[in-house]
Write a protein that binds this ligand. Sequence first.
Ligand code: TA6
Length: 278
Amino acid sequence: VTTKKHPNGLDYVEINTDLCQASIFLQGAQIDFFKPKDKAPLLWVSSADDYQPGNGIRGGIPVCWPWFGASDIPGFPQHGFARTSLWSLASVKMRNQVVDLVFTLAITEDNKQYWPHDTEVSVLFTLGETLSVSIVNKNNCDYDVNLTQALHTYFPIGDIHQLKATGFTGAKYIEFAKGPYPQEGDEVNFTRETDRVYTDLAPIQHLHTPEGTIEVARENSQSAVLWNPWIDKSQRLSRFNDEDYLTMVCHEAANVLEDQVRLAPGASHTLTTHIRWV
Ligand code: TA6
């Protein structure tokens, strides 16, 4: 585990073990690369992203916190301020060849405008043959605190026209501010812009790609977002090539809508996503 500096200035942690290779940026506590040994990378990043400080990296796992989507406060950034803030690496532990890292975000003068609450937030990574990422929230206020959040994971799926996403039976979803619609069947295929906020969603889905099947599991989350921008939206996205929609999908472990995090004084909550090649 070594700390390095990207040519464009962002600091990151590089992990290289017998089990995997990975890199995690201190800006946003954002992992942009995870490759299990002898397997393909499990995360996708746009080649259009040049890792400029101040932007979230277009790929990997952006941490959306303490709100998902647009803020109802004008001028507040989409998907919260965590992903463009500088986090600290609080601890690194090696258990045999598995690495545990903890990143923390201090609420300071320059970001408490967005979040004027006495809470603690950290992002935990467990890197081995599989990847687990958690957002841990603790409420130190003497009043209830509510937040929405997501681990906005970008997956490499080879060819969107061949992708089959399964495990959606019984869920309902809102899309383009309409719905909720009942999920028809267990499988989702992609033929147009897809931007679904699922609730009542089972904890495990599978992404069946030409390169193999990715399993995405969630803990303490009943909601997830399934997103592919397709052709038109791709052209409105920053740091995203016109062809990028063909090789990626986002499946985002979330706590949004009725699944938002409600923390009583002193309470904690941990959202976790587990990702692996099956
Ligand atoms: O998670 C889906 C979404 O909310 C889309 O609507 C799109 O805006 C995407 O997130 C990317 O947002 P970003 O702010 O990272 O460009």
